[in-house]
Design a protein around this ligand. Sequence first.
Ligand code: ZN
Length: 172
Amino acid sequence: MSKAPLPTSIDTRRAAEQGRLIEGTVKLEKLSRLGSYLVDSEGEVTVDLTFGMDEERIRFVKGTAVASVKMTCQRCLEPVTLELEAEMNMGIVADDEAAKQLPRYYDPYVVDGPKQDLHQLIEEELILTLPLIPQHQDCVVKTEYGQAPEPSEGNDEANPFNVLAQLKAKKH
Ligand SMILES: [Zn+2]
């Protein structure tokens, strides 16, 4: 069963004081900045956040945002499906000065005003996890760029395994 939509805007400081757990999903089509890196915006992000206050009374939010997305493989230029996972462990602070005081294990989440846009937070965190050069793990380049195989009679000449098979066959 699909989870409920993630609330768009919440008071994160209050959520931390209340120790709220917020789960939900966001459709990729709603995250247009993230979408600009993707082949299409089908699918959704599953978000699981825990708000709380630690023993030093620092308000924090931690959790994960996961999504399956498609980018363009930079070797073969075909779509490649990537599993993104953003892990968050953030100290909620009012300004940059307070951000500098945070223990190192927190990333600063600077909030101004009573409400914060959770979708924007999730989108920024996911963009940070995007690979610089998306590629298939076992990408077989289907073009003749680089080491072009020798022309052979028939067959799929771009497939290096076929070329190997032919080389082996010639030895016999
Ligand atoms: Zn590829």
